[in-house]
Design a protein around this ligand. Structure first.
Ligand SMILES: [Cu+2]
Length: 268
């Protein structure tokens, strides 16, 4: 189905179900398009003036069109209740427990993605609007808060381990953005004032995808899918799917950076 629709390579667990549904919807639409187009041509020919010089006041007496309409409605009902709704419930209602997932907060702003990990303690530190500094502290993280001391903040670089559910809590600092990960079949608006969770299981590491696509420079992208201002076009982040070991190495390096910065500010 992925090839048939010309979709980006697939890299998440639930993505195949989304592609399948997308394919069925396109098939039904193609069928309707051909059916309606054919019917229009038939009607033009069948009811041409030379064959029908006088108007027929009885109209259509056969019921076949009603049966066809019912069949289309049934097909649409099956798509909606058989495929869409179960998938939707799974996506928005069956969020895995946080203890079994990588939890990360992603905050959109004009024009970047701020990535915030809770650090080894697993608790997100307090943020304070008065502490926001566009250059040094875009989230306004309050490092004096015990839970914030080990928090990791990154810009446009989201790392996740392969095979483990990832829960992304989406937020926005200014306008509505949209967090779009095409290869993971994830797209969700980030709305100011709301924290919206999205979850998925990444199944293909960045390295593996590089081999698969034959592109040594391949990167999973975070695209902003909502026209959010003049710099919308450059609001582009990257997702790196690591093996669990690589992820730990990256975390440790980020953790060391945080410690270093903490020591420096204490010294100052
Ligand atoms: Cu945006």
């Amino acid at each position: 189905m992925t090839e048939f629709l010309g979709l980006p390579a697939l890299a998440s667990q639930h993505g195949a179900a989304i592609d399948r549904m997308n394919g069925y919807v396109h098939l039904l639409m193609a069928l309707l398009f051909v059916g309606w187009g054919g019917f229009l041509l038939y009607a033009l020919w069948r009811f041409r003036k030379s064959r029908n010089p006088v108007a027929n006041y009885h109209g259509v007496t056969s019921h076949s069109s009603s049966y066809l309409e019912v069949a289309v409605a049934v097909a649409e009902g099956v798509l909606l209740f058989g495929f869409s709704v179960p998938l939707w419930i799974q996506r928005v209602d069956r969020i895995p427990p946080e203890g079994q997932a990588t939890v990360v907060e992603v905050t959109g702003e004009q024009f970047a993605w701020n990535i915030h990990y809770p650090g080894p303690d697993g608790r997100f530190g307090k943020t304070d609007i008065t502490k926001i500094d566009v250059q040094t502290n875009p989230l306004g993280l309050d490092r004096s808060d015990e839970a914030a001391k080990d928090d990791i903040v990154a810009l446009n670089q989201l790392h996740l381990p392969v095979g483990k559910p990832a829960i992304v809590r989406l937020r926005s600092k200014d306008v509505i953005h949209s967090f779009n990960l095409p290869e993971f079949r994830i797209k969700q608006d980030a709305v100011p004032g709301l924290t919206i969770p999205v979850w998925f299981v990444p199944e293909v590491t960045t390295a593996e995808m590089r081999t698969r696509t034959g592109n040594p420079e391949f990167q999973y992208e975070i695209a902003c899918a909502q026209l959010c201002g003049l710099g919308h076009y450059k609001m582009r982040g990257f997702v790196t799917i690591d093996t669990p070991e690589e992820f730990q190495t990256w975390m440790d390096a980020e953790e060391a950076k945080v410690k270093e910065e903490g020591d420096e500010s204490a010294w100052n």
